[in-house]
Design a protein around this ligand. Structure first.
Ligand SMILES: [Zn+2]
Length: 120
């Protein structure tokens, strides 16, 4: 009575998975034409915290941001903590300023001077 059990695993390939019905980004249907929109703010491309000043900075696409309507340049970086902003020609330029808000925000500049003095 030698019963050699041969368990043949019949692997059922579960290949037939339902195709995910996730659609790609919806086309702008005219309602919200803003390409840049963070947290419901049209024209807001992104927010960052400056490591230098510790303040919150926002990068705006001025054509879509109501508060920058009529701005002479397409991009802007704003120090949210102090409400100071600087217009930029390119998004790259705006992004570069995120590390140095002291160049366009007098309040940050003053604060930075004070802290660096203390540290020295
Ligand atoms: Zn500031």
């Amino acid at each position: 009575m030698t019963a050699t059990k041969t368990t043949t695993k019949k692997a059922t390939p579960a290949k037939a998975e339902p195709t995910p019905t996730k659609k790609a980004a919806p086309k702008s249907s005219g309602k919200s034409t803003a390409k840049y929109n963070v947290a419901g703010y049209p024209g807001l491309a992104r927010t960052v915290r400056s490591r230098l000043s510790g303040t919150q900075l926002s990068i705006w696409f001025t054509a879509e941001a109501p508060q920058f309507k009529g701005a002479s340049k397409p991009w802007a970086i704003e120090c949210e903590d102090h409400g100071k902003s600087k217009l930029c020609d390119t998004r790259t330029e705006a992004r570069m300023h995120r590390e140095d808000p002291v160049t366009f925000c007098p309040t940050c500049k003053a604060a930075f001077k004070r802290t660096s003095k203390k540290a020295a």
